[in-house]
Write a protein that binds this ligand. Structure first.
Ligand code: 5GP
Ligand code: MN
Length: 332
């Protein structure tokens, strides 16, 4: 990242669009809103655009209502891309991850800045802060803000947004991606007045009853342990989700229950939608679910957390996942 050039570029008022990936998660939304708050304080005109709806459990975030959802505001977003000087690409490594926003970004003449922690980032960005050893994009936003010497503008709302990214991408500081710097950043956020208990409550203690019952149903009736008790799958058919009036975000965290079983090293949530199935992979240790997701599920992510999507029904998806999980070398 050439901070000097970007600083020069941002020394006059700019039109900036911040983008993130489809099905935005806590890191995507937190990173975007945190960066927005600092760039607005620096005097720029900043919009956050996401490809599709973000989940209910992030609605409480400061300035979340300023986020433009491309699916619902296409003309407005197109206009923003026509006029903007700079596009930030946060928490994704390739434009394939932003769905229909891809063509809008490609059509724009604006410079592109990538800030991301996923493996194998594309090269077609003007500036890149890509660090696959970072816990989260939020951690890298903090590094970026420091590199740009924008630290005068940091406030509690900024801290809340960064902290949400750290917490959601590290499973509350427990995944192996948590490093010394992750805690150092968290420490700086506390100095800004952040109240961790409130953020945790907002993220995790806002379950709807129906979402909790869906998780209960999934664990009671759908969870299956296979591959010599080394792997767990949780398949959810569309009609089962409908029974619990499923909304985006209702299965958040569910896959981790599969991984929490003693001896289980890989867990997969299969969630059927209209015409396709979404996969969430989690693993312990050296088992590389990113590689499996890339090879067989049209997806990717990180070694211990990855996702994918296939155009098939839930039964075909279950068969394929079982075949793949049986093939893994789990060691002894
Ligand atoms: P989740 O299971 O929470 O949806 O995603 C876990 C990780 O996999 C995240 O880092 C996310 O960015 C990545 N991921 C999820 N779905 C996809 C996908 O369809 N394609 C790719 N390339 N990555 C994905
Ligand atoms: Mn992330």
């Amino acid at each position: 990242m050439d901070y000097q050039y970007l600083k020069q570029f941002l020394s006059e008022e700019r039109q900036i669009v911040i983008t993130t990936h489809k099905s935005p998660d806590g890191d995507a939304v937190g990173s975007s809103l945190a960066l927005r708050s600092v760039l607005v304080a620096e005097g720029h005109n900043v919009s956050v655009v996401v490809p599709d709806q973000f989940p209910n459990y992030l609605m409480w975030m400061p300035e979340a209502n300023s986020i433009l959802i491309y699916e619902n505001h296409q003309a407005e977003v197109q206009e923003l891309f026509n006029q903007c000087d700079l596009i930030f690409c946060l928490d994704y490594n390739t434009l394939e991850r932003v769905g229909a926003l891809k063509s809008e970004i490609e059509a724009s003449d604006a410079k592109r800045v990538l800030i991301d922690h996923h493996l194998f980032p594309d090269k077609n960005f003007d500036f890149s802060l890509s660090d696959t050893s970072a816990s989260s994009t939020a951690e890298l936003i903090y590094e970026f803000i420091s590199g740009m010497s924008f630290t005068d503008h940091l406030d509690k709302d900024f801290a809340v947004c960064i902290y949400t990214g750290l917490v959601t991408d590290t499973g509350s500081f427990r995944f192996s991606s948590t490093r010394s710097n992750t805690h150092l950043v968290a420490s700086e956020l506390l100095k800004l007045g952040l109240e961790p208990a409130i953020v945790h409550q907002n993220i995790y203690d806002n379950n709807s009853l129906k979402a909790l019952r869906l998780k209960g149903f999934a664990l009671n009736e759908k969870l299956e342990v296979i591959a010599n008790s080394k792997a767990a799958i949780i398949p959810l058919a569309l009609k089962e989700k409908n029974r619990f009036k499923y909304q985006k975000g209702d299965t958040e965290g569910l896959v981790n229950y599969g991984l929490s079983i003693e001896g289980v090293e890989v867990a997969v949530l299969l969630s059927e939608e209209m015409g396709f199935v979404k996969f969430s992979f989690r693993s312990k240790g050296l088992i590389d679910v990113n590689e499996i997701a890339r090879r067989s599920f049209n997806g990717g992510g990180h070694r211990n957390a990855a996702g994918g999507k296939l155009d098939c029904d839930i039964n075909a998806a279950i068969r394929l996942v079982k075949t793949e999980l049986e093939k893994i070398d789990y060691g002894s």
